[in-house]
Unconditional design. Structure first.
Length: 186
């Protein structure tokens, strides 16, 4: 199915999303890759406030290229998600709603997704310029020393993603492969 997901993001809004659904996201999305995830978790362990509210957040695993004159952001394609697998369950346990990236996730991430009523979505790898067009504003809000991996607050309009892991344990990568194998048997 196709959905439009608009801010404010809540568990109620994502509860009906299923693996394979196509979603257009409009609202505030945060960027963070592995170095930023590590720092955010260290802050939380020290009892410090993170750079953004984790609960009900969407984190896009991206390290955008510098913006050209007149652009809000440079190319903004997804990063391979397994690099965040060591950190994702802790953020999901704190209420993160959605992760956006590309590629498979660990069993621990899949379990944390179900346990917390969250989802993992895939963005289109190789379409970084297209993804960047959906970004209407971008602001570095933490860890500027990380350069492209700094945490940014993005406002996106109709950012296209596909749900891979859903709140009920659905996994598009497993289900899609099984469907393909069944179709070859016919």
């Amino acid at each position: 199915m196709k959905y439009k997901l608009r801010e404010p993001f809540t568990k109620e809004k994502i509860r009906s999303l299923r693996s394979g659904d196509q979603v257009l996201i409009t609202g505030t999305v945060y960027t963070a890759r592995d170095a930023a995830h590590k720092r955010i978790l260290e802050m939380l362990e020290r009892g410090e406030e993170p750079p953004f509210e984790i609960e009900n957040s969407i984190i896009y695993y991206v390290g955008p290229t510098p913006a050209k004159p007149g652009q809000v952001i440079g190319s903004a394609g997804p990063t391979t998600s397994y690099r965040m697998d060591a950190y994702a369950p802790a953020l999901l346990d704190r209420g993160q709603l959605m992760m956006i990236g590309k590629g498979q996730r660990s069993r621990e991430v899949a379990d944390a997704t179900c346990r917390n009523g969250a989802v993992y979505a895939a963005a289109i790898g190789g379409a970084a310029a297209v993804m960047a067009r959906c970004v209407k504003s971008a602001e570095v809000i933490a860890f500027p020393d990380l350069g492209a991996e700094a945490v940014r607050r993005l406002y996106v309009e109709d950012l296209p993603v596909t749900i891979v892991l859903d709140t009920e344990g659905g996994n598009l990568y497993v289900e899609g492969r099984e469907e393909y194998l069944r179709s070859r048997e016919k």
